[in-house]
Ligand binder design. Sequence first.
Ligand code: REY
Length: 420
Amino acid sequence: MVSAMTVRGTATWGVALLSVLAVTAYDATAAAAAGENSRTARPGSASATDTLATPDIVGLREVLRTAVSQGAPGAMARIVDNGTAHNVAVGVADRATGRAIDNVDRFRAGSVTKSFSAVVLLQLVDEGALELDNAVNAYLPGLLPDDRITVRHVLSHRSGLYDYTNDMFANTVPGFEAVRNKVFSYQELVNLSLEKPLGNAPGAAYSYSNTNFVVAGMLIEKLTGDSVSAAYTSRIIQPLNLRDTSYVHPTTTIAGRHAKGYLPPDQPGALVDSTEQTVSWAQSAGAIISSTRDLDNFFSALFRGKLMSAAQLTQMQQWVTVNSTQGYGLGLRRRDLSCGISVYGHTGTVQGYYTYAFTSKDGARTVTALANTSNNGTVLNTLAGTLESAFCGKPAKNLMSRSTATVEQYEDIAPGIARD
Ligand code: REY
């Protein structure tokens, strides 16, 4: 477990934010290295992307083909390697028309939204409006049942707050149909969570819960006096010119060219077109629409120090152990790959869409992968192979398989509702 480390926001960040717009990069390298754990720290070479193997584009296509053979209508990925983009796509964006999926297609990015929410809150720390080790209840009086739950606990999934989606999606398609057109207030979602006791004492254990990032959304709205949509737009989407990225809750449609999402039922049966939904059940925990290009740009910019101070980027990388090859920071995942390097980003699951979006430490190499299916742990596992292709290059001849452990299927889903 990480020790709580308080770094006060610098008063200069408000000024610094202006220079972000002029694309002034902070030197994030040293700070990021300081937040790294010893297993993955590589002193002296932490920012050297030239030590990475050449991306394996042939292997990447094979991973995507495998995902399609396992039930995804389509799968695509975009690697950006020091400014050179590699786009690969297999299968269809739309089963009705047969239109091929393409990296220009927008999609629902699910929990990658959590990284956006964390970025906004860490900017607010930089501005002196928020302290990570303060109680959530100090900002939102009476919201949570335990005054010991801090902002840091929430952003690292250590609050113990029950994940209401456990019950909501116990039955996949009926659960989805019951909420696809619903509009929830944040308070209603928190109330659903609070029907159950805390799963652990504040800070005591990592337990992934969407409730944490609903609370994050409430904090953003309280501290900015505006909507999360306005915060994402003015602080991230516009400065980085993410033209395919939007937060349109509770609008149900995806504007522009996009991949349709297809949700398989729990028992063998027809796929459900799940493209249109409010995503109100997730909001600041999962409702952003984006593209592979934009998510590559987002995580690259984050690790190039363009979105927050070096001090806050260090905070974002205080890792809680998830399992032997993964850590969780503040709205950020770390994954340790077979070739010994670690990558940083997030995964996402909303009905009909699986996303992986990760960057190298220096932001110089990124990959975003999307399959337009979900509720299919086999595809989710397979898609993790895109990280290996992107960052580890061609597999060594004697490596039988790089597929990661079965923990994948639980990644963005509380264990109670994960399906085998
Ligand atoms: C919710 C269930 C997944 C999805 C979730 N996603 O919490 C958040 C995230 C935003 O972390 C659904 N699974 C599926 C089921 C299982 O309904 N019974 O796979 O589409 O990304």
